[in-house]
Design a protein around this ligand. Sequence first.
Ligand SMILES: [Zn+2]
Length: 226
Amino acid sequence: MPEEYLTLPLLDRPGFFHFFGTKALSEEQAKGVHDGRSLRLTQVHGDGIVKSDTGTENKLVGDALMTDQLGVLITVFTADCLPVIIIDPNRHAVAIVHAGWRGSLLRIVAKTVSAMARSYGSDPGSLLVGMGPRIGPCCFEVGQEVWGQVEIDPAYSAGVISRKRGDKAWVNLPHLNRIQLLNTGVKPDNIADADLCTVCHPNMFNSYRRDKVKGQNMVSGVLLEQ
Ligand SMILES: [Zn+2]
């Protein structure tokens, strides 16, 4: 069995706990990492950002969660999409983002950074960002209906499309998100990438593109410890 989850050293700060689950980590196990509440979104491949306030949240619809509350685990579920965890060590706030290609083209990571700035006074230059396992440029072959939109993204630059063949192209999702983060003022050294492709590592990760099984997701989460 693979390890139940991965962490990124950049995000290992006192008072913060994060994980990117592998296929060996169930949602119930993930909730068991702490005693408090945990929040899960109904993800819709959009750019909705949900702020966790006091009170009970039942139907949370969106693709990013953020909180400054202690002891609230916020999660996203991904198979090939990119999970992004953002922590603010100065303002003690955290966010987690589900960024597939649709959410990426809607610039959901950049919008989450802006939302943290508005809600918590976060300075983008102080944020630490971790990108978890996702489909890599090795495997993310898409048609023109996708790469055509990627090419017109303002954050597009060389390297986002790694190669083209016929009407197909290979898109580098983490690179696109990295450029968007840099454009918001996040520092290059404050972005870490697990650099693991979900499709290429069947022993560790579920992959919808590889396995064609719906609902086999992996859970990632971040928590401000009490
Ligand atoms: Zn791959």
